[in-house]
Write a protein that binds this ligand. Sequence first.
Ligand code: SF4
Ligand code: SF4
Length: 735
Amino acid sequence: MEKKIAVYICTGCGIGDALDIDALSKVASKEFKANICKTDAFLCGKSGIDLIKQDIDGEGVNTVVVAGCSSRVNTDVFNFGPDKIVERVNLREQVIWCHPGEDEDTQMLAEDYLRMSLAKLKNLNLPEPFIGENLSSTVLVVGGGFTGLTAALESARAGYKTVLVEKEAELGGYVGKMYKQVPMKPPFTDLEENSIPALIKAVEDAGVKVYTSAVIAKTAGGPGMFDVTINQNGTDVEERVGSIVLATGAKPYEPEKLGHLGFGQYKNVITQLMFEEMVAAGKMDANKVAFIQCAGSRDQEHLPYCSAACCIESIKQALYVKEKNPEANVYVYYKDIRSNGQYEHFYKKAQQAGVIFIKGDITDISESDGQLTIEADDHTMGTKSVADEFDLVVLANGMVPTAALGETVEEAPAEDEAAAASDEPKVTVAPIIKSNLLNLEYRQGPELPALKYGFPDSHYICFPYETRRTGIYAAGVVRAPMDMLSAAEDATGAALKAIQCIESTLKGEAVHPRSGDMSFPEFNMNRCTQCKRCTEECPFGAINEDEKANPLPNPTRCRRCGTCMGACPERIISFKNYSVPMIGNMVKAIEVPEEADEKPRILIFACENDAIPALDMAGINRLQYNPWVRIIPVRCLGSLNLVWINDAMAKGFDGVLLMGCKHGDDYQCHFMKGSELAEIRLSKISETLNRLGLESERVRATTVNIMDYDKIPAMLDEFAAELEEFGPNPMKDFQ
Ligand code: SF4
Ligand code: SF4
């Protein structure tokens, strides 16, 4: 589209007092020849919005530049419809709130930010949404236990056609075997009837299409168009679905590995599930019972994590014994009782019923005449505790997600021997375990990549349920250890995400974290060298490849992070509204003073997810920071293309800082690997800089989270001081 650009400079919020607005206007109207440039004292108010709308209607303006507050605020106010480009220049949070007013350096900063935005527009176009063919609005739920039934019910009740696949002949899963269940409602003190029969009836009444004795033989496609082959009793059935909830649950940790606690040695040492079945069958007549918590869990030799539900389940089972015989002796040996949230009331109920809780480590279990003796170090009393004549010892043997049951699939081998032998740092690859749950037909592997211990989540802080395969949401104990109340919430949350995915895909929009983004990567295949970097570095398995290694993008799987764009050495991947030339233009638009001016320049590529919010927070808190910095927001540091750093150094920038999210096993990076990839790419540029006679330390990466905003001034001052020691970039005067 031919752009008719109008620039609106807000003079409210102190901007007009701190900056020379006439000089700023000249950048727009004289330097960049914007069609219209106006100011308003309250741009986000009615008068300001009317002013913009009048120009849109009367003058045919289709590209609106708003110079005022951060793009993180007033997004709805400055939305003029999908056919208008809106570009925001952050003069408030990142200029006048963190730099002194009426100051030469602050004015230069503001003018540069306006230049950068106007230069960005040259290569920025309106995205055209990708709408797939034969899109489906059906939700597939895999797993017919408590979580799966709840997710299916929620999605069907919300009006979405729902298909449920369960591998057993009966629905109900683990919870279906329970005698009673933990309290799910206030006052959170009473045992409740097993809800599975009612849940199954509700699912049937809601019209959910149920396949029992069925497994997923193959899952191909992507959001809106997953083609799923369901094998039921040996016969294949095809279903096209829009999104998938994985609720395949967990298995109890193998008790055979708990010989040190007497399992397998003594017949009266049993598991929680065995006890549950014994009670449900009316065969439990023990009068002295011990429950041993963390039997395997929180143990580096077995399950290093807390299984979360077993404390509450043991309390429930202790109450079974007391319910049957209030005089029975019931002991619970524990490390910590983890009765989260409202379950404190349930814990108290058990104490009031006379259940004895002993905080301690089991040192020995022995048996004589069918009765068991337990020795423990009692941490509360600081003594050894010996209790005998137990009829039963019940091990709370924790849980292992079904996604972790199987062989780890080997990382795809490097494409050639040279690459395999190279000592270049490689990005860490999340394990994929062949667990036969979804059998994905993805180039990246057959199941979901997992966090450590095999739980298939992605970013558990910001995006629970969202696995690293777009459109597939994990819920319940396959995602993380949790109790039933949490599993009910999880199922509902995942069903909502599955619905959101369907609705977004129908509109051609990204689901998350760039919700509503209609751009997607486009490949100029004429110049593709089939190097496979895009397919390998895409964190979300969005790109398959053909037999000649040509990338085959799946737009509906894409999260629009731009990692492929940063990875491509040929620079042939771009988005309509985000591209290598676009950011390159921004870098080139910045005015870099000559050496004699003694005004160094530092370029920051800041990730939009945490670094930009942290920089805004610094402004909101009126923290003052170095005026030499120029900040370019990027979708993710994974989209960083090294040519931008080359451009910056060639232009005379004294240093470049990459500000990304933290990375590692807990994946605070919103796109999994962006900041990690940027650091790896950076290691490659150091050599080039050294060859040019530039210190490699002039370019560095750092990680911040939003709450690090108060550290930003010191971080930037420190970097500026180090750059000062190197002296000015010698390329400065050769631009
Ligand atoms: S933008 Fe991100 S999610 Fe999409 S294809 Fe590229 S790397 Fe994959
Ligand atoms: S990274 Fe670029 S050159 Fe390499 S396969 Fe992908 S599109 Fe082709």
